[in-house]
Write a protein that binds this ligand. Structure first.
Ligand code: UGA
Length: 450
C-alpha cells in the first residue's frame, strides 16, 4: 500500500516514518525545498526523541522518500493524508484552514484511480466535507465514492513521546463513510489492530469532534487542578495528594492532574480556542471551554505576579523555556508570558534550557524573547541571581546540586535566595537546608504546617 503525506511537519513526519516502519511505502511531501533537502539526508528539523533514527531507517529501507513534487506521489497513492498546519487565525481564534484547502486543491489535480484522502491535521467539524467539495469542484470528472473518498483520522500524539504514542495508542479514530475507505484505513492500521488497539469507526464529523473534545477535556483537567492548587495554597492542603486521591477514582483518572504554570504548546491553546469558536458558530456556545481558555491565560500572568511579589532583587534565573520537557517547542509556552512580565517589573533574566544552550538554539529562540542572557548550564544561569525559577520539568533539573546552585546566587542573611518550583519536582524539606526560600505549586509550606 502506498501512502502520500502532504506536510512534513511534526505530525506528517511522525506519521509517515511510523507507517513506513509498519512496512508501507510512504512519500512525505512539503513545499519547503530546504526542509526536504535536509530530510533526504536524514536531518530532522524538529527535536523529537527517536524520530531521527526512524526516518533514517525508513530512508535506508527505501520505503520512505521525501519530495516537493506532489504530482507523482499523489497519483500513485492509495491513501493521501493531509497533515499541514492549522494555526489559530489572528483575531478570532478560528483554525486557519488555508493550507488544508490549498492541499485539497493540489491533491485533486493529481488524483488517479481510487484514493482515500484523509484529513490528519486537526480541523474543525465540517472541514473534511469541505475538502471533499473542493476536490469535486476542482475535478468535475471525479465521483465521490467511486474515484475517491474523504475520511478523518485525527492524531493524539504528544510532543516528546510521539513515536510511542503512535505505536501504542489508546485508540485509533477513523471517520469514514464508505466501505472502501473503511477497509483501506483498517488495513493501514492492521499492525496496531494486531496489538488489540481499539479502532473506533465513526462518521466524519464525529471523528473531527473527537479530537477537539479530547484536547478540550485534557485542557480542562489541567485548568481545574491549577485552580484547586490555588485553593490548596490558601487552605493549607496539598494539591498532589488531592490529585492522587481524586485520580484514583477510575471515573476521573490520574493523568493530566499535575498542577503547574498553565498549559502551552501547539495544541491545547489553539484547539481550545478553535473549539470555543466552532461552538459559538454552531449556536451552542461552550462556556466551560471559554472559561478554561481564560483561566489558563490568567494562570500564566499570575505565575509572574507571584514571582514579582516574592522576590526582592534584580536578577532572575529561568530554568526551562519550552512548554514541556523533551521538545524544543516554544509555542504558547508559559515562559513567553512570564519572562516579559518579569522584565516589565525591572528584573534582568538569565535563561538555561537544555535545548537552547548552544548558539544555534539561541538564534532560533531569539524572535521569542528580547534582552535575555543565555547560559550554558543551570549554575551559570544562577550566577548573581536572586531567584531560580523551574519552569519546565526537564530531567536534568530533577537532581541539581543545590549547594552549588545556592553558592552562585545573590544573598544576605536576611534575604535568602529563592528556589521557585513551578513543576513541584522538589520538596521543601530537601531544599531549605541548602539556604533557599522554597516555594512550589499548591503545597503547604513546612512553616505553615508546623
Ligand atoms: C497534546 C495532547 O496530549 C495529545 O494527545 C494531542 O495529540 C496533542 O496535544 C495534539 O493535539 O497534537 P502536547 O501538546 O504535545 O499533546 O503536550 P501535553 O503532554 O499534552 O502537554 C500540554 C501542556 O499541558 C504542557 O504545557 C504541559 O506542561 C501541560 N500539562 C500537562 C500540565 O500542566 N499538567 C498536566 O497534568 C499535563
Amino acid at each position: 500500500m502506498r501512502v502520500a503525506i502532504i506536510g512534513s511537519g511534526y505530525v506528517g513526519l511522525v506519521t509517515g516514518s511510523c507507517f513506513c516502519e509498519f512496512g508501507f511505502n510512504v512519500t512525505s511531501i512539503d513545499n519547503d525545498i530546504n526542509k526536504i533537502e535536509r530530510l533526504k539526508k536524514g536531518e530532522i528539523p524538529i527535536y523529537e526523541p527517536g524520530l531521527e533514527a526512524l526516518v533514517q531507517q525508513g530512508l535506508n529501507s527505501g520505503r520512505l522518500s521525501f519530495t516537493t513534487e506532489i504530482s507523482e506521489a499523489v497519483s500513485n497513492a492509495d491513501i493521501v493524508m493531509i497533515a499541514v498546519g492549522t494555526p489559530s487565525r489572528r483575531g478570532d481564534g478560528h483554525a486557519d484552514l488555508t493550507y488544508v484547502f490549498e492541499a485539497a486543491k493540489q491533491v485533486a489535480q493529481h488524483l488517479k484511480d481510487y484514493t482515500v484522502v484523509v484529513t490528519k491535521s486537526t480541523v474543525p467539524v465540517g472541514t473534511s466535507r469541505k475538502v471533499a467539495q473542493i476536490i469535486q469542484e476542482t475535478r468535475l470528472d471525479l465521483t465521490i465514492g467511486k474515484d475517491f473518498d474523504v475520511a478523518s483520522n485525527p492524531e493524539f500524539l504528544r510532543e516528546g513521546s510521539a513515536i510511542t504514542d503512535f505505536m501504542r495508542p489508546d485508540r485509533v479514530v477513523i471517520g469514514a463513510e464508505s466501505e472502501n475507505a473503511r477497509k483501506i484505513l483498517q488495513e493501514l492500521y492492521r499492525p496496531l489492530y494486531l496489538r488489540e488497539t481499539p479502532i473506533v469507526f465513526t462518521n466524519i464529523e464525529t471523528a473531527e469532534l473527537i479530537k477537539y473534545a479530547s484536547n478540550g477535556f485534557l485542557a480542562m483537567k489541567i485548568a481545574f487542578i491549577n485552580q484547586i492548587a490555588d485553593i490548596c495554597e490558601q487552605a493549607g492542603a496539598d494539591v498532589q495528594d488531592v490529585a492522587k486521591a481524586v485520580g484514583l477514582d477510575g471515573r476521573i483518572g490520574r493523568k493530566f492532574l499535575h498542577a503547574g504554570p498553565g498549559y502551552g504548546g501547539s495544541c491545547f491553546p489553539k484547539d481550545t480556542l478553535a473549539l470555543a469558536q466552532t461552538a459559538r458558530q454552531l449556536g451552542t456556545p461552550m462556556s466551560l471551554i471559554e472559561a478554561v481558555v481564560e483561566a489558563n491565560d490568567q494562570r500564566k500572568l499570575s505565575m509572574a505576579e507571584r514571582i514579582i511579589k516574592a522576590v526582592k532583587g534584580k536578577k532572575i534565573a529561568i530554568l526551562g523555556i519550552t512548554f514541556k520537557p523533551n521538545t524544543d517547542d516554544l509555542r504558547d509556552a508559559p515562559s513567553l508570558v512570564i519572562i516579559p512580565e518579569l522584565q516589565k517589573a525591572g528584573f534582568s533574566i538569565n535563561v538555561y534550557d537544555p535545548l537552547y544552550n548552544a548558539n544555534q538554539g539561541q538564534a532560533e529562540a531569539k524572535p521569542y524573547f528580547s534582552n535575555i542572557e543565555w547560559s550554558e548550564n543551570p549554575y551559570h544561569a544562577a550566577e548573581n541571581a536572586d531567584a531560580v525559577i523551574i519552569l519546565t520539568e526537564w530531567n536534568e533539573f530533577r537532581a541539581l546540586d543545590l549547594k552549588r546552585l545556592n553558592q552562585q546566587m545573590n544573598k544576605t542573611k536576611e534575604n535568602l535566595p529563592h528556589l521557585i518550583d513551578f513543576r513541584n519536582i522538589y520538596n521543601e524539606a530537601d531544599v531549605t537546608p541548602h539556604g533557599f526560600q522554597y516555594s512550589s505549586i499548591g503545597r503547604p509550606s513546612l512553616k505553615s504546617v508546623a
